[in-house]
Design a protein around this ligand. Structure first.
Ligand SMILES: *[C@@H]1O[C@H](CO)[C@@H](O)[C@H](O)[C@H]1NC(C)=O
Ligand SMILES: *[C@@H]1O[C@H](CO)[C@@H](O)[C@H](O)[C@H]1NC(C)=O
Ligand SMILES: *[C@@H]1O[C@H](CO)[C@@H](O)[C@H](O)[C@H]1NC(C)=O
Ligand SMILES: *[C@@H]1O[C@H](CO)[C@@H](O)[C@H](O)[C@H]1NC(C)=O
Ligand SMILES: *[C@@H]1O[C@H](CO)[C@@H](O)[C@H](O)[C@H]1NC(C)=O
Ligand SMILES: *[C@@H]1O[C@H](CO)[C@@H](O)[C@H](O)[C@H]1NC(C)=O
Length: 554
């Protein structure tokens, strides 16, 4: 029987089992016995008729529905989720949702609604999620739209083109939101205190092309917002100078700038903004463009004493068009002393100047994954007195070539315990190496290594050497607790006497044919063994093979 026919047949049965009789347009929907109905992308031009109280969840996204009438959903008294996104809805009759007293999730995004009505929501006191993004309304209407929704936790409003105004009463009645997303790319007016009426917002996502109104909005959020995320903002003309702030106790913990355009001058303004936050702060720049040369005016920076309370700084995929004219940011070195964690990923970093490293006096964690670091430049970065408190260094997928030189260069980092140099091409391993004294974790996965030597630090507790070309493992590592050695060419298990402390062994996808119970038992502390993807003769080959399994070996 063709699949579609079969589905319709099952559906017919399911629906005729329900007490209230079968919907007429059953074939346009597929419902499961729990009342979850899927009618996505079926070119529907109206809400299917005959819906009953058996329907708990209704997904009609991506159709051509233009109109929601007052009787369309009247019998769906048990509906919890209604998804009507990406249709052509221009009109929703006033009492269309009046019988949906259990509704928790309502999605009306990407439709043609030009007027919003608070009467739609009158009966929806249990609503937790409401998405009104991408409709062409100009305001949120004349009466407070959400005042009947005390349980709302996630709210998405606005659009890219025609939403110029946030009015004083827009958020009345909302006290606590987990997530508020506002599409306000072309916002022109913001009534002071309108966002202040929400007492607690965990995460605000603002799509805002021009940041002219950002200072006013920011002031209103200082004591209620934990995490501010700005998307697609052009900071070229940003000026934070003339804002007066009296707030002392702020609750902001995190900022994200996503796809922002920043200049040298506006960077200083952003730092000023961060300075108003009183507690420890995490700042993230994702996919941003820096249209500058790092030529930061020292006079402006003089008024700023530090990077605020920034403890964690993350930069991913930073694009610097004038990369080759870039200054070394000397002017901000003195601001960095309190930063504890830095990630700069996939941003063409090839050098952290020695003097900057020395200023990073509190740095504990440095992640420079997917950059251009080589041993020569790393030597300058990890100079004497560089990063005195650094315990974790991640140089995954850079341009390192020699394990010997890498170890030698890092000996200055007395407190380094964790080093990830995976996805560099080392090929071979010298007989001996130097390493920082306290090394515990070393990640050498995907580094094309084909044999192991005494180059590995004896202090290691965790070694990841997976995805290499190893034929054997016969090396004594007295403190090793976790060994990741999947995707190599091992023919036998490592000898337990070399690894007396081992408790985790991941050795899947090698070429081991068999091992005996005695061999396994000799790993006295082993708790986790993963050995799938080998050509076992026994029945262990399908996945996890516990030490207690008697199916293995002998
Ligand atoms: C929206 O409201 C305005 C003014 O209140 C009215 O002129 C217009 O016809 C309404 N549009 C729709 C689609 O109801
Ligand atoms: C605004 O436009 C961007 C890019 O075209 C798109 O990704 C985003 O979903 C749009 N947002 C809204 C609220 O329409
Ligand atoms: C906001 O609510 C969250 C979750 O209930 C809570 O952890 C946080 O302390 C609240 N913040 C403020 C400022 O009241
Ligand atoms: C910001 O405005 C102040 C005066 O309000 C002015 O002195 C300063 O130069 C401006 N900064 C930028 C980056 O435009
Ligand atoms: C390593 O960290 C300790 C504190 O954990 C600190 O006292 C010591 O100075 C650091 N080592 C170096 C070389 O700075
Ligand atoms: C080692 O690094 C790889 C990425 O290169 C990562 O997927 C893996 O989880 C790391 N291993 C451990 C044990 O953390």
């Amino acid at each position: 029987m063709p699949c579609a026919l079969w589905t319709a047949w099952v559906l017919g049965i399911v629906i005729s089992l329900s007490k209230e009789g079968a919907p007429h347009q059953a074939s346009s929907l597929s419902c499961d016995p729990a009342g979850v109905c899927d009618g996505r992308s079926r070119s529907l031009s109206s809400i299917p008729s005959g819906l009953t109280a058996a329907v708990k969840s209704l997904d009609l996204s991506n159709n051509r529905i233009a109109y929601v009438g007052s009787s369309d959903l009247r019998k769906c008294v048990n509906l919890r989720a209604l998804r009507l996104g990406a249709n052509s809805i221009h009109t929703v009759e006033e009492d269309s949702f009046s019988s949906l007293g259990s509704l928790e999730h309502l999605d009306l995004s990407y439709n043609h609604l030009s007027n919003l009505s608070s009467s739609w929501f009158k009966s929806l006191s249990t609503l937790k999620f409401l998405n009104l993004l991408g409709n062409p309304y100009k305001t949120l209407g004349e009466a407070p739209l959400f005042s009947h929704l005390p349980n709302l936790r996630i709210l998405k409003i606005g659009n890219n083109d025609t939403f110029p105004e946030i009015q004083a009463k827009d958020f009345q009645g909302l006290t606590f939101l987990q997530e508020l997303e506002i599409g306000a790319s072309h916002l022109q007016r913001y009534a002071p205190k309108s966002l202040r009426s929400i007492q607690n917002i965990s995460h605000l996502i603002l799509h805002m092309r021009r940041p002219a109104l950002l200072p006013k909005i920011f002031v209103d959020l200082l004591s209620s917002l934990e995490y501010l995320e700005l998307r697609n903002t052009d900071f070229s003309t940003f000026n934070f100078s003339d804002v007066s702030i009296n707030e002392h106790c702020t609750v902001m913990k995190k900022f994200t700038f996503r796809k922002a355009e920043i200049t040298d001058a506006s960077f200083t303004e952003i730092v000023k903004l961060l300075n108003y936050v009183s507690g420890a702060l995490e700042v993230e720049f994702d996919d941003c463009t820096l249209n500058g040369r790092g030529d930061l005016s020292t006079s402006a920076l003089d008024t700023i004493k530090s990077l605020g309370n920034v403890e964690t700084l993350t930069v991913r995929r930073l694009h610097i068009p004038q990369f080759f004219l870039f200054y070394d940011l000397r002017s901000i070195y003195s601001l960095t002393g309190a930063v504890k964690r830095i990630t700069i990923e996939n941003s063409k970093v090839f050098l952290v100047p020695c003097s900057l490293s020395q200023h990073l006096k509190s740095l504990e964690y440095l992640d420079l994954s997917e950059n251009l670091m080589s041993e020569e430049y790393l030597k300058n970065s990890a100079c004497e007195h560089a990063w005195p408190f650094l315990h974790t260094l991640i140089l995954r997928q850079n341009h390192l070539k020699s394990l010997e030189k890498t170890g030698e260069v890092l000996v200055t980092l007395k407190n380094l315990t964790n080093l990830d140099i995976s996805k560099n091409n080392f090929d071979s391993m010298p007989e001996t190496c130097q390493w920082p004294e306290k090394m515990k974790y070393l990640n050498l996965s995907s580094t094309r290594i084909h044999s192991l030597t005494h180059c590995l630090p004896q202090t290691l507790e965790v070694l990841d050497i997976s995805n290499n070309n190893l034929n054997s493992f016969s090396l004594s590592l007295p403190q090793l607790k976790e060994l990741y050695i999947s995707r190599n060419k091992l023919k036998t298990l490592p000898d337990a006497s070399f690894l007396p402390m081992l408790s985790v062994l991941r050795i899947s996808r090698n070429t081991i044919n068999t091992f005996s119970k005695e061999q396994l038992d000799s790993f006295q502390k082993l708790k986790t063994l993963e050995a799938g993807g080998n050509n076992f003769i026994c029945s262990c080959s399908r996945g996890l093979c516990a030490t207690t399994s008697t199916d293995c070996g002998t």
